[in-house]
Ligand binder design. Structure first.
Ligand SMILES: Cc1ncc(COP(=O)(O)O)c(C=O)c1O
Length: 358
């Protein structure tokens, strides 16, 4: 197969079936056919994660950040704030978002790649009764670290607070047991491990939270989680959705149901193992200890004398797109994701190409 293989953490390579779904007939979003499509996506999302009784899916047109902002700006009661756990770009982004909405977050900040301590979270919850919601990134894509969602979720429950999880790069790649973890708001996107196309994202919201959300002041008109949920329960969207991208997501969810969530996670895990074995043989150095690595992203230290740009450009010529480190890691690491519809042969070819380059 002669195509560019995307080893960035989304948007991902999709199947022909998902791509072809874009070519379905033009459709007005105020027609019954769109209500059916919306209902189909919402019900498949909760079915896939086995949470149909307790959760509803609320879709929004926009990248993952759109759904994240919808959750963040819609979940706090007046006078309350959020504890944001930061150990990478995406945790920092949640804190920035909270501030942008005029709310003052508490932050627990760790080095990038360092897992948070449950005892620190517990102490913060004891000290600050104004914390209503704790926010954590499931898979910190900055480094490929899986955060201890379950341990933190338990302490959040113990202190009767709410738990917001950014699982934009974690859903369908690494396990997340919603009820065990005690998630109340989980944010995901179409174009990473669900293998849809960019342009639609979603919040999985615990139904028992909805009555509280209804009474909250509106901090954003477009990104109001409660009113978007209300409209979608009636088969409508508040604003014009990216109809074609919704078609593609629906097809991607059919594929995920056919493959099964367990097998999808297993496929990603096996791909990561194959790649990591190759990286080890090339004596590349990993940023994150094996026990904390996600199933879909490996952060590697740039070898002495190799610049990211030259590595990227050489690999791109060979048909592979790798990904740079962000901000303070931009000069020292590169990242290889294994999300999306990529064959074992393509991963093996990547390893050969990488070996040639370094
Ligand atoms: C954990 C996490 N959160 C948020 C985002 C932002 O998503 P988007 O770029 O789709 O807005 C990303 C993107 O990579 C991510 O990995």
């Amino acid at each position: 197969m002669n195509r560019t293989v995307l080893l960035n953490p989304g948007p991902v390579n999709v199947t022909e079936r998902v791509r072809q779904a874009l070519l379905k007939p033009d459709l007005c979003h105020r027609e019954a056919e769109f209500s059916d499509l919306l209902g189909s996506i919402r019900s498949k999302l909760v079915r896939i994660f086995g949470i149909g009784l307790e959760f509803d899916a609320v879709l929004v047109t926009g990248s993952g950040t759109a759904a994240l902002e919808m959750a963040v700006c819609s979940c706090l009661s007046e006078g309350k704030t959020m504890l944001v756990i930061c150990n990478g770009v995406y945790g920092d982004r949640i804190a920035t978002m909270v501030k942008a909405h005029g709310l003052n977050p508490h932050s627990l900040t760790y080095d990038w790649g360092q897992p948070p301590e449950v005892s620190d979270v517990e102490q913060a919850l004891k000290q600050h009764p104004d914390i209503e919601v704790v926010a954590l990134v499931h898979h910190e894509t900055t480094t490929g670290l899986i955060n201890p969602v379950q341990d933190i979720g338990q302490v959040v429950r113990k202190y009767d607070r709410r738990f917001l999880v950014d699982s934009i790069s974690g859903l369908a790649s690494d396990p997340l047991d919603f009820n065990r973890v005690g998630v109340d708001f989980c944010v995901g996107t179409a174009n990473k491990c669900l293998q849809g196309l960019p342009g639609v994202s979603f919040v999985l919201v615990r139904k028992s939270e909805l009555a509280r959300l209804e009474a909250l002041p509106e901090r954003s008109h477009y990104f109001n989680l409660y009113s978007n949920h209300h409209a979608q329960e009636n088969g409508e969207t508040l604003f014009t959705p990216a109809v074609q991208v919704y078609y593609a997501l629906d097809a991607a969810l059919d594929e995920l149901l056919e493959e099964s969530l367990e097998k999808r996670i297993q496929r990603y895990s096996q791909a990561a193992q194959l790649l990591r074995k190759g990286f080890q043989e090339m004596k590349l150095e990993f940023l994150i200890a094996e026990s904390h690595r996600s199933n879909t992203l490996t952060a590697l230290k740039l070898p002495e004398g190799v610049s990211y740009k030259s590595l990227h450009d050489q690999l791109k010529k060979k048909g592979f797109v790798i990904y740079a480190g962000q901000k303070k890691l931009s000069e020292s690491i590169f990242r290889i994701a294994n999300m999306g519809d990529i064959t074992t042969e393509e991963f093996q070819n990547l390893l050969k190409a990488l070996k040639d380059c370094i």
